[in-house]
Structure formats: C-alpha cells, structure tokens
Design a protein around this ligand. Structure first.
Ligand SMILES: [Zn+2]
Length: 307
C-alpha cells in the first residue's frame, strides 16, 4: 500500500475510510508489476495511456512508457522519481511518451541527483530516436522545455539523463544492475513505420515481458523469447478481430493468442485496452483462447501483479 492517506483527526468513522483496491496488496510484494495506464491513444474513459512500473522491495525501479495521463497515475501509485533505476520507452507515439516531460518536471522537485538511464529506440526517417526526442524537449537553445535542460548535463540540480538508444534491428541488453539483479533487454518489434521495442525485464529471478505495440509480423520478437516462460507477458488489446482494423500497427486477438501460446507466460496481462477492442471483448478472448489457454486478465489502471 503506497498511497499515503493522511487523516486530520481520529474521529473519522470506519464508514468513510477509503478502502484501497485489493490489487494494491500485490504491489507490496518484493517484486511486482503495476499497470499505471491501461489505455490507448483515444481519450475515451478512465484509462490513462500506456505506462507501467516494476516494483522491487517497495521501490519503483523501472518505469516502462509514460503515455498520456500516466503522470496522474504515477502520483496516485506513490511512485518516487528518486527510486528509478531506469526509464524505458517502447516508442515515441504520444500514448507512450507524452507524459515523460511531465514526469521529468515532477522529478525536478525531488532530491534526485544520481544519473538516470533513459532507454528508447533509435530513430528513422519518420520518427526521432531517443536522443533526438530528448533534445526536442530539453535542448538549452531549441528544446520545448528548455528550462529543464539541466537534465541533459546534470546542471541546475537535475539528475543527468543517460540516453541508451537501442538498436531496432537486433535484441540488445540495454540496462543491467548486478547488485539489484535487474536486467533489461530491448527486442525490436514491428509497428508500421515506427521504430519500436519490446522489453524483457529480468528481475531477481522473475521475468516480465512488455510486448509493446506490435503487429503480427513481429516474429523475431516471439523467436527471441521462445522457451523462456516469463512470469508475465503484457500484451496490447487494441483492435478487435475482423476486417477494417489497423493491422499494420497491432496484433488482432487471434495473433495475440498465437504469440502468447508460443511464449507461454504464466500470466497474460492485456493492457492498452481500447474501447473498440473492449466492446468485442468476449469474441476477442475467444480468439485468444483458440491458441493460448493459460491465465489471462484485462488490466485496469493501477492494477498490481505480484511475481
Ligand atoms: Zn499505442
């Protein structure tokens, strides 16, 4: 339970005590995954854009994506900027990265001065890579938020961001902390013209795979994970089965089932849940079930999973 409830007096009755969601208990586990934002790019309800935290001994050691709205969930979950070992962004669509600047802005008020690795894909003709993205935000002359440029060099009391630009043509280890037993491998995935990554997070003997936004042609990703049996596979529930959907960007449910069957996680967590998929959820889950028979859950914002 990381939300801090402060009471002005002792006279409050049990009836108005806020009961934390039961899922929060899982976040107190030594290793846990918390979905901060379980939604997609359309503002269509209570779901923030894509974002998740990996907790280790009560510390938010890894932030994966910071989509639109993640900033609010970050605060609600009690995440501390000081505790991050790294931030990893899967790709530079706004529903995955728009609140990175808001979180850096917030972190500027923290005590953190230790350098902070920020991981993301390299660029292409169509998209800036991680370094260009950070400079577009933070460059002291041209950055949109140039007042935060201390993040580029560690000046002005800011933590220096250490950019780790991952190759988008082969899997690579992008972060390792031997003491904490945390290792992150970036695995390229196919997401139209967008340079995009999945992340394999190995943490104290547990494994979480963030599949990210990917289409059905991401076979190299599946092959890279064959035989690993991760504890959790986070897959994105973006489009329903059937025609007329943007399959160049995302896997339809049948393809999620195929991917999950091949990777064989102990738990499949569906996130990035868009209404167009959710309104057909029974058919979507049936399509996944044709191939994958293991445990599966549709995540909401702030949902926690113990590992
Ligand atoms: Zn997305």
């Amino acid at each position: 339970m990381r939300k801090h409830w402060r009471w002005a007096g002792a006279a409050l009755t049990a009836a108005i005590l806020l009961t934390p969601p039961p899922a929060d208990a899982a976040c107190g586990s030594p290793v846990a995954l918390q979905i901060l934002g379980s939604g997609g790019p359309i503002a269509e309800g209570e779901r923030a854009g894509s974002s998740a935290i990996v907790w280790l001994d009560g510390k938010a050691v890894l932030l994966v994506d910071a989509g639109s709205g993640a900033f609010v969930r970050y605060g609600e979950a009690g995440v501390r900027f000081e505790d991050h070992l790294a931030i990893a962004i899967t790709h530079f669509h706004a529903d995955h990265a728009a609140d990175l600047d808001a979180i850096l802005n917030s972190g500027g008020f923290s005590e953190r001065i230790a350098p902070l690795p920020v991981i993301g894909p390299g660029g292409s003709d169509y998209f800036p890579g991680l370094r260009d993205h950070l400079h577009a935000l933070l460059d002291p002359q041209t950055g949109a938020f140039r007042y935060l440029s201390g993040y580029l060099d560690g000046s002005d009391g800011k933590a220096r961001l250490v950019p780790v630009e991952a190759a988008v043509d082969a899997a690579s280890v992008v972060f390792e902390d031997v003491t904490q037993q945390v290792k992150v491998t970036a695995i390229p995935v196919e997401h139209g013209v967008v340079p995009a990554l999945a992340y394999l997070v190995e943490i104290r003997g547990r494994t979480i795979v963030f599949a990210g936004d990917q289409n059905a042609m991401s076979q190299r990703f599946v092959e890279a994970l064959a035989g690993r049996r991760p504890d959790i596979l986070v897959a994105h529930n973006v489009i329903p089965e059937g025609e007329g959907q943007p399959r160049g960007l995302h896997r339809p449910p049948a393809s999620i089932g195929e991917m999950a069957a091949a990777i064989d996680p102990k738990l499949l967590v569906l996130s990035h849940n868009m209404q167009r998929a959710l309104v057909h959820q029974p058919e979507g889950e049936a399509a996944i079930r044709r191939q994958y028979l293991g445990p599966m859950v549709v995540a909401g914002d702030l949902a926690c999973f113990a590992l």
